[in-house]
Design a protein around this ligand. Structure first.
Ligand SMILES: [Zn+2]
Length: 381
């Protein structure tokens, strides 16, 4: 590798961390549009400052704005789409309780790992190009989504439209298990099950009642029995509510169900089975609604080839890049990969503790992963 001239900008972990600190200092919980928009202001300003062409789409349904930025080179042609999210799961005030701090290689802060760190890393790699006056073979588009942590309900269409116009998608979600990236994610489904029975006095007229909770118990066992680890299928009744009093046979019950499946065929089969649930007690009404919320992200040929390319680049910057087998967690990468656009995910910072009070990144991951993103920008064509 050619030695950098002393006056040339360098990729510098301290400089990257300073930028991440600034982004982490703007708290941006998904459901607080004003807060997410303060983060959007910051990202927009940082991108404008380095000459990117920025457009901002006003938020709707109570969510913040979306920021899109495009390299000034490459015209309208298809290129590289980088998808990041502005929001975190942490409510305002978390930063005061868990301030930004470094302990050895670990750097703590709300949302630092998922994914302010990764979002900044991609910005920094792009800024490095611009500072050097360099161009890339393909134009680069950045999309900063305001509500990924709640499933991207208002930005999904824009993510898919943007992916359709590009050749590759790079997602800056956190790395896994020692720096591994993501080339496959399970798809997700969301369902609501409602049961309606007949209320009655539990002491006086027990025999007249038809319990909605008892029926729901049957349904939950039925749904959770669909879990099959060998096939990569999981179901979870994550929330339940029902009844009005200990001495009342309950009329109503509602449960919220989460489904994860590794591929489209399994997803279709499981959606059909859950929507087709039948009441055990003929006197109780059963209603099931819902369906797929994120399609499965399957490692197809295009993704495998893109991963091999990234692995070669990583070896050049001196680290061994691996991918995790398949993860049950979803991201915006599910949308783009399911469209057949080669997508690499988990390109953000390495660390641990996503969504927790001990969320942190590894300082040692900043420089090599910024270099990997830079090399992907420079070599994809
Ligand atoms: Zn994330």
């Amino acid at each position: 590798m050619a030695k950098a001239k002393s006056n040339e900008p360098r990729i510098d972990a301290g400089e990257i961390l300073g930028g991440i600190r600034d982004w982490v200092s703007i708290e941006s919980p998904s459901t607080d549009a004003a807060a997410v928009n303060r983060m959007a202001d910051r990202v927009e300003g940082d991108l404008r400052a380095i000459g990117a062409q920025v457009t901002r789409t006003p938020g709707r349904d109570g969510y913040g704005d979306m920021v899109r930025a495009r390299s000034p080179w490459g015209g309208d042609g298809p290129g590289i789409l980088v998808v990041s999210h502005l929001d975190t799961v942490h409510p305002i005030g978390t930063l005061a309780e868990q301030p930004f701090r470094r302990e050895g290689d670990q750097v703590f802060g709300p949302g630092i790992y998922d994914m302010k760190g990764g979002a900044y890393l991609a910005y920094y790699a792009y800024r490095h190009l611009v500072r050097r006056g360099a161009r890339t073979p393909l134009p680069i588009t950045f999309l900063y989504v305001p509500e990924e942590e709640v499933g991207s309900p208002t930005s999904r269409a824009a993510i898919e439209a943007e992916a359709r116009r590009n050749k590759y998608v790079l997602v800056t979600e956190p790395a896994r298990d020692g720096g591994k990236i993501v080339t496959a994610r399970k798809g997700a489904g969301e369902f609501t099950i409602r049961t309606r029975g007949r209320p009655s006095h539990a002491g006086l007229r027990h025999q007249d009642g038809r319990s909605a909770i008892r029926e729901m118990a049957h349904q939950i066992i039925a749904v959770e029995s669909l879990t099959d680890y060998d096939r990569g299928i999981t179901t979870n009744a994550g929330m339940i509510g029902g009844g009005t009093g200990r001495n009342v046979v309950p009329r109503d019950c509602v449960a919220e169900i989460d489904l994860r499946c590794p591929d489209p065929g399994t997803m279709a089969e499981m959606v059909e089975r859950i929507l087709g649930l039948q009441a055990v007690d003929a006197d109780v009404e059963l209603a099931v609604s819902g369906g797929e919320s994120r399609p499965p992200y399957v490692k197809d040929e295009g993704i495998a080839a893109l991963f091999e390319h990234a692995r070669t680049l990583a070896a050049e910057v001196d680290f061994a890049l691996e991918d995790v087998p398949i993860t049950g967690g979803c991201s915006d990468g599910n949308f783009t990969a399911a469209m057949g656009v080669p997508t690499l995910d988990g390109l953000g910072v390495d660390g641990a503790g996503a969504h927790s009070d001990h969320e942190h990144l590894y300082h040692s991951s900043l420089e090599p992963r910024a270099r990997l993103l830079l090399r992907l920008f420079e070599t994809l064509d």
